[in-house]
Design a protein around this ligand. Structure first.
Ligand code: FAD
Length: 494
């Protein structure tokens, strides 16, 4: 049994070590950019996960770091990682804090590494249509600069106005509303620079397509700060489209809607937007964007040069008609586009005391409908005593399948925080297992964080050991974002 009398002594030792590390960090980044103020630490840990929102609602403290650091450039990030390595101290990177998986929580304390001072565009290569920028730049700031020269980085997540940064887009393989045509963040990235233990700064090859060994870009991308801190990235750009054309269709049921999407994609048409809403999500969307529509709704947008747009609109109209779709004209699509951030506007998004979760998954066409019905059943029947509801839309389509953006909602969380957290976990257990058992993935674009780490072995099987070996080789002390992606605590705490 632990000798409790030793605890205060341990606190004194820890305080001393934290002071020592804070002074070294101040030496590296300047004293004004290091803080141990509990308010700063709380702000750095906070994100948009249900857990975080619930803690705010209940006035409960977050698991915070011991020191917050605000480096100005990649070299300073590398210096911070070196100091952290010297002391075996965890490092928790943070971009805009718009994540939903508790990725910025610091369950083992350590250093909260705020990257938002690193917000410069380093180069716009007009010949190759590539931008290189620091990882802490936020989406709208980058997009504004690009639009001013007729270009766009076509990644518009729902969190566009929640501070999401370039590094955050890449950290969890984000999706934007145009991903069906232009790809997810992981498809847009050409090259990354990252800081790794014990303080080295590495850069991947200048192009992503090569035959020089496995692709290090795609190891760092999606690693959520557990294998390296992304300090800058080169991203593919597009010219702003000459024209955008909107379409919308109603379908008798979700089956015909999925079939329409499948035929569009396997017919190798490339609309920029394809969003199929089940009845309940159509209802929600209609109220959020103030539209008069019900039933299963499909919203599309084609963009690019006029002849291409004309061709795609004509083909899509034909396909949708063939599977029982009724055209609602372009207005609904235009309305959705104009108000696309409304469902996420502050005050409209769900919030505690509601219990909710976006359990997005991704699967091939042949599994999509089974997953949808299986998840609806486990949520609505499995949690009927709580009046749970399930809604879904299919909003990022691939040549082989689609993403299901689905959510559970329970109107009122139990008042006891432990019970509320346990109910939230049980809902996730049911939703994730229904995805995995029916051929879906653990997640599609929100990432894993602290919330879904417990499912990583179930999702990857034996291959999870390979990921763990990679983690052990690149980050032997386990200091990079410990507790995330199912990688467990830092080594020295084991
Ligand atoms: C209302 C709302 C809507 C959303 N809609 C979408 C959507 O449509 N598509 C989508 O993809 N996501 C969406 N998200 C989730 C989230 O906004 C994205 O994952 C976003 O890209 C996170 O960026 P961030 O800078 O805020 O990251 P943070 O929240 O700061 O961090 C998220 C994770 O990434 C790590 N990280 C951050 N920066 C770095 C870095 N430079 N190097 C290494 N690791 C890093 C952090 O440690 C953490 O684990 C939404 C979130 C909200 C609240």
């Amino acid at each position: 049994m632990e000798n409790l009398d030793a605890a205060p002594e341990r606190d004194i030792r820890r305080r001393y070590v934290i002071g020592l590390i804070a002074r070294e960090l101040a030496d590296a980044v300047g004293p004004d950019h290091v803080s141990v103020d509990p308010k700063d630490l709380e702000a750095q840990a906070d994100d948009w996960s249900w857990m975080s929102q619930y803690m705010r609602y209940k006035n409960l403290p977050h698991p915070t770091a011991d020191i917050a650091v605000h480096p100005a450039n990649a070299e300073e990030v590398a210096a911070c990682v070196r100091i952290a390595s010297d002391f075996g101290m965890p490092v928790v990177p943070r971009g805009g804090g718009s994540g939903t998986q508790g990725g910025t929580f610091a369950p083992y304390g350590g250093i909260a590494l705020d990257l938002t001072r690193m917000n410069r565009i380093l180069e716009i290569d007009h010949t190759s249509l590539v931008v290189t920028a620091e990882a802490g730049i936020d989406g709208p700031a980058l997009e504004e600069e690009l639009n001013a020269v007729g270009l766009t980085m076509p990644h518009y997540p729902g969190s566009f106005h929640f501070g999401a940064t370039l590094g955050g887009f890449l950290a969890a393989r984000g999706s934007g509303v145009l991903s069906t045509k232009y790809g997810k963040a992981e498809d847009l990235v050409l090259q990354v620079q990252a800081a790794l233990p014990p303080g080295r700064l590495v850069e991947t090859l200048p192009t992503p397509n090569h035959a020089s060994g496995p692709d290090l870009v795609q190891v760092l991308v999606g690693s959520e700060g557990t294998l390296g801190v992304i300090t800058q990235a080169a991203m593919q750009l597009e010219p702003l489209p000459e024209r955008r054309e909107f379409l919308s269709f109603g379908f008798p049921s979700i089956s015909e809607g999925i079939e329409a999407g499948r035929r569009i994609m396997v017919g190798r048409l490339r609309p920029a937007v394809v969003r199929l809403y089940d009845e309940k999500d159509t209802q929600k969307l209609a109220s959020w964007i103030d539209a008069d529509v019900e039933g299963v709704l499909l919203v599309l947008m084609c963009d690019g040069p006029s002849p291409l747009v004309d061709y795609e609109v004509q083909q899509i109209t034909q396909v949708c008609g063939e599977v029982g779709g009724t055209s609602y004209g372009p207005e609904l699509g235009q309305l959705w586009w104009d108000r696309k951030y409304e469902p996420f506007a502050h005050g409209k998004a769900p919030a505690p005391p509601m219990v909710f979760g976006t359990t997005d998954t991704c699967a091939r066409f042949d599994r999509l409908e089974d997953i949808y019905w299986a998840k609806k059943k486990v949520i609505e029947e499995g949690f009927a005593e709580y009046g749970a509801t399930y809604t879904a839309h299919f909003s990022h389509w691939f040549p082989w399948g689609s993403m299901i953006y689905d959510r559970f909602y329970i109107d009122q969380a139990p008042s006891d925080p432990d019970e509320a957290m346990a109910l939230h976990d049980r809902l996730w257990d049911a939703a994730v297992r229904a995805s995995l058992e029916n051929g879906g993935t653990l997640n599609e674009h929100h990432g894993v964080g602290v919330k879904l780490g417990r499912f990583m072995r179930e999702a990857h099987g034996e291959a999870f050991d390979l990921l763990k070996s990679l983690k052990a080789a690149w980050d032997p002390d386990g200091i990079l974002n410990p507790g995330k992606l199912g990688f467990g605590p830092p080594r020295r705490m084991n």
